[in-house]
Design a protein around this ligand. Structure first.
Ligand code: DQA
Length: 147
């Protein structure tokens, strides 16, 4: 029961990047919290970040083979990538889309998400806690316990 937690471009700089928008928590901190929660929920996690669209697509293909669910913050690719949408459409398990900021409160180009056409749920504006909420949701969907 491995949940892939995928992060798109510039999220390697989380904590340093526009902290007034994204906060001071680093991606390493997020990974640690997700590992702890994964353990409590009884799911393994594979936590990954890339600045390259093709790498994210390759990981989604890997998840097709070995993953039970996906939590994804596609970052700017959210608003541009038909290729990531197509890759997610080949994945059969639950997909939750996470945005740290409330994209709907921001520039209009952030209001549209290609990934939302596939996502089973979307969490935005809950800060880095959104990853934990997303992981909880994916775990309940995997367990078949969710409404
Ligand atoms: C983001 C929102 C995107 O619009 C932006 O390009 C990001 C991060 C978020 O987590 O709030 O890089 O996905």
């Amino acid at each position: 029961n491995t949940v892939y937690i995928l992060n798109g471009p510039n999220l390697n700089l989380l904590g340093k990047r526009q902290p007034h928008i994204y906060g001071h928590t680093t991606l390493a901190d997020v990974e640690k919290s997700c590992s702890e929660l994964g353990e409590a929920l009884g799911v393994g996690i594979r936590f990954l970040q890339s600045n390259h669209e093709g790498q994210i697509i390759d990981w989604i293909h890997e998840a097709r083979e070995t993953g039970a669910g996906i939590v994804i913050n596609p970052a700017a690719f959210t608003h541009t990538s038909v290729a990531i949408l197509d890759a997610l459409n080949t994945f059969e398990g639950p997909v939750i889309e996470v945005h740290i900021s409330n994209v709907h409160k921001r520039e209009s180009f952030r209001h549209h998400s290609y990934v939302s056409l596939r996502a089973d749920g979307v969490i935005a504006g809950c800060g880095t806690e959104g990853y934990l909420l997303g992981l909880r949701r994916v775990a309940s969907l995997i367990a078949g316990a969710a409404a």
